[in-house]
Design a protein around this ligand. Structure first.
Ligand code: GTP
Ligand code: MG
Length: 200
């Protein structure tokens, strides 16, 4: 799928104020600094559409971007950022939870995971929550440019082994880099297919 147009729509802290629409929507979520905003920018070939930062905690709201006038990408705040206060952390997760549980046009959630790390409890717990809530998701391993092919393969093997302890199968996944664009074509094609299916 080609990206012809990508524009910022709205930012807010309440799912009720998100665009009133039936257009298919895809949310990017994961730990702070995992590369959500960067991957969104790379997917739509725009360097600064979603705001990025080397410091964790940059994205603090639910940000909607309208793509090709026909679907939305959503950049969410990261979870598990230790430096924000407990109350702030709670508010973030409530805000994200309410958005995820109530957003009717949310077609698929992209759970971003740092490809350099061993499986982390916080990511596994989050996917568990999605599974229990019946919310469709795929995994996107980020920052692949920082790993060798061998390192990526062994990370995947460890992840698969861990996931299979609780899941019947490894969820669909992508290996991505916002630096080199690796995996972006696959992600765009996948979203394109889901967009087609959601028309039926
Ligand atoms: P929050 O909004 O704070 O939750 O972070 P985020 O998940 O949106 O991360 P962001 O896209 O802001 O990126 C965090 C840092 O990682 C930035 O310094 C990016 O340049 C860097 N980064 C993101 N993706 C990649 C990647 O694929 N490769 C490399 N080498 N660096 C990346
Ligand atoms: Mg961000």
């Amino acid at each position: 799928m080609q990206i012809k147009k990508a524009e910022f729509a709205v930012s807010n802290s309440n799912y009720k104020k998100c665009p009133q629409t039936d257009l298919p929507e895809y949310a990017f979520i994961g730990r702070s600094n995992v590369g959500k905003s960067s991957l969104i920018n790379k997917l739509v070939n725009r360097s600064n559409l979603a705001k990025t930062s080397a410091k964790p905690g940059k994205t603090q709201l639910i940000n909607h971007f309208l793509i090709n006038d026909s679907w939305y990408l959503v950049d969410l705040p990261g979870f598990g950022y230790a430096k924000v206060s407990q109350t702030e952390r709670f508010k973030f997760s409530q805000m994200i939870k309410e958005y995820l549980l109530n957003r009717k046009n949310l077609v698929c959630i992209f759970v971003l995971i740092d490809s350099r790390l061993d499986p982390q409890a916080i990511d596994l717990d989050f996917m568990q929550f999605l599974g229990e809530s019946g919310l469709p998701f795929v995994m996107a391993f980020t920052k692949a440019d920082k790993q060798s092919k061998n390192q990526l393969q062994s990370m995947l093997a460890r992840y698969r082994k861990t996931m299979l302890q609780t899941w019947a199968e490894m969820p669909h996944y992508f290996i991505t880099s916002a630096e080199t664009g690796e995996g972006c074509e696959d992600v765009r094609a996948y979203i394109g297919e889901l967009n087609e299916q959601s028309k039926k």
